[in-house]
Design a protein around this ligand. Structure first.
Ligand code: DC
Length: 231
């Protein structure tokens, strides 16, 4: 069957990666979590002391370091879940901490970071048969994607989902702090100058506030089927 490019964009913590992973698995497509790439760069910057005490980024050092930041994905042989590697080290868990979450938006707003990661993402999607999720996949990375989904859910629902996820990983978190982080990231993601989060004109909107994971999954498979049948 003909393979297409699927772009899934939307607000943070609305379950994009869960649905994108399941869709990729069932369609036999590659899955790429572009947010993990921004998180990996953020982790690199944190580890190398590139944030000062007021959280300002040392842009010059980060830009110099960019060519040496290699990000890749490998499937865990047991769980079959994609793992993010930063210069050969598995950083899947570390990039999901609240520390990385609260530093990632300003990193993702830097044009030189976006340019480097967008190039890598386009390279990964050259052969199609890819599901990529993020904020600018349907608008900047793959504007020609055949299927674009824009996902959203209420702030309360998203904060609760993120909170439950962090708790289940044993992290100590406060619901109010998580809600603030979700709101802050929405604001920065939608207001930055380079490739802000916005719905592509030809994207299909999915508000999953009141949907189960199974319902979403079925809905997505239907969209894929309909899109493939159209050609
Ligand atoms: O999806 P996520 O929460 O893991 O993404 C982490 C951050 O990276 C988020 O604050 C926005 C940013 N991001 C982006 O700017 N562009 C993308 N394509 C993906 C993520």
């Amino acid at each position: 069957m003909k393979k297409i490019t699927i772009a899934i964009d939307g607000h943070s913590s609305c379950g994009k990666s869960t649905m994108a992973k399941a869709l990729a698995r069932d369609a036999g497509y590659i899955y790429v979590d572009s947010g993990a790439m921004y998180r990996a760069v953020t982790l690199f910057a944190l580890r190398h002391g590139m944030f000062d005490e007021t959280d300002r980024i040392d842009n010059v050092r980060l830009e110099e370091a960019m060519p040496g930041i290699q990000i890749s994905f490998k499937l865990d042989p047991e769980t079959r879940m994609p793992q993010t590697f930063l210069n050969g080290e598995n950083v899947e868990e570390e990039i999901r901490t609240l520390k990385v979450s609260s530093h990632v938006s300003p990193i993702a707003a830097l044009p030189f970071v976006r340019a480097a990661l967008t190039r890598q993402q386009q390279e990964m999607g050259k052969e199609k048969g890819i599901v990529m999720d993020g904020r600018d996949i349907g608008t900047a990375v793959f504007p020609q994607a055949e299927l674009k989904i824009f996902v959203t859910a209420s702030t309360e629902v998203r904060a609760r989902r993120r909170y439950d996820e962090l708790k289940s990983k044993g992290q100590q978190v406060d619901l109010e702090e998580v809600r603030k982080n979700v709101e802050e990231r929405d604001y920065i993601d939608t207001h930055r100058e380079t490739a802000p989060l916005r719905q592509a004109e030809d994207a299909i909107v999915l508000d999953n506030s009141n949907m189960t994971i199974e319902e979403q999954h079925r809905w997505l498979l239907e969209q894929l089927q309909t899109r493939i049948e159209k050609d």
